[in-house]
Ligand binder design. Structure first.
Ligand code: COI
Length: 354
């Protein structure tokens, strides 16, 4: 429950925008002038505040720091051709946020707090939305347990926050991917479908090892047989074999239900491809590659949008792709960007006006 959707707003005295150019920004390094903060106490959300972006004062015994009860979302805001601000499919992220909250035994966040809080924050910091193509304002809602107690149990207190970061493309160039066989990202019954902070922390060692071998990211395989494709780095993944786009299904709860994944499925259907959401084994991928039927491989994610994969390495077998001649992934990437930036009709009503 929200006590009352009273959002107190305290404005920054001076905008940091004066010191920053919104062109060519790295991902996630700069933050806008304001942030939203709310506290869950005594079973309700209170102290809802938009205030100047600033550090938090936290106790060293803060539960989230010890046991990782922390979740987040990634959403993007754009400007259309007339400079009007829009957010891409925020209700889908809102729904997924509460799915993650439930899995992590955290309170759900009411729609009004999430959506209206985000809208008001964006209204205030809309000048931070870059206009340059492929740039956007990345919205990061997150929640963490805030009891000052190192006993292992769900907290009584939580903090929900939203911060904003103007950003350019996440993976600028087509990627080289290492098929990971030793480490796993998620197992059935685990938290793979939740956007839990620990999923990302646990991926850092495998990713660093793949980088050490010269790759950009790993392709995660299933935890049981190490044979079936799951996700790619922080993204969902698609394989175009013949006229079919295949992406792993969500049935086992090991894969994030990506908003960009859903959008890509819709656009691929519009392009006339058949879509299969099912398990896809590495043997089938290699066979399709050898017979010349594996045409494209790409990742989808909020931060990355659509990222082309130019090389896949499984054990000693290397699959290379001529991404410059691809049609499908570049087309849906362009369609998505054009919808987001107001150059293509938003016929699925994905853009939410601020
Ligand atoms: C996103 O695409 O929003 C992600 O969650 C990836 C990321 C952790 C930067």
């Amino acid at each position: 429950m929200v006590a009352a959707m009273d959002i107190s707003i305290r404005k920054a005295e001076r905008s940091k925008l004066q010191d920053l150019s919104l062109d060519n920004l790295p991902f996630g390094r700069y933050f806008s002038d304001h942030m939203l903060e709310a506290d869950y106490e005594d079973g309700e959300w209170k102290n809802i505040e938009i205030k100047p972006y600033q550090p938090l004062l936290l106790s060293p015994s803060l539960a989230a720091l010890h046991y990782g009860q922390a979740i987040f979302e990634g959403i993007k805001a754009y400007k259309d051709r007339n400079g009007a601000p829009f957010i891409f499919r925020p209700q889908d992220n809102y729904r997924r946020f509460n799915v993650s909250a439930e899995r992590m035994q955290m309170p759900t966040v009411p729609e009004e707090l999430f959506m209206e809080g985000m809208r008001r924050l964006l209204e205030l910091d809309q000048n931070w939305i870059p206009s340059k193509e492929d740039h956007s304002l990345y919205i990061r809602p997150f929640m963490f347990s805030s009891d000052e107690l190192i006993g292992v149990r769900p907290s009584d207190n939580y903090k929900f926050m939203i911060i904003l970061s103007p950003t350019g493309p996440y993976y600028a160039a087509p990627m080289r991917i290492y098929v990971e066989e030793k480490y796993v990202r998620a197992a059935p019954g685990g938290v793979g479908y939740a956007k839990a902070a620990g999923n990302y922390g646990a991926a850092m060692l495998p990713t660093a090892e793949a980088k050490g071998k010269g790759y950009d990211q790993v392709l995660w395989m299933d935890a049981v047989e190490h044979k079936y494709v799951q996700e790619c780095g922080t993204m969902n993944v698609f394989f175009i074999i013949g006229n079919t786009a295949i992406t792993p299904d969500l049935d086992q709860g090991t894969i994030l239900d990506g908003v960009t994944r859903q959008s890509a499925i819709t656009l691929l259907k519009e392009m006339g491809l058949t879509i299969e959401e099912r398990s896809l084994g590495i043997d089938e991928i290699i066979e399709a590659y050898k017979s010349g039927q594996l045409f494209e491989v790409f990742g989808t994610g909020t931060a990355a949008t659509i990222s082309l994969i130019r090389e896949l390495r499984y054990k000693d077998f290397v699959m290379e792709f001529d991404v410059d001649n691809w049609k499908t992934a570049p087309t849906i990437k362009k369609w998505l960007t054009d919808i987001r930036e107001g150059r293509r009709e938003d016929k699925y009503n994905w853009m939410w006006k601020i």
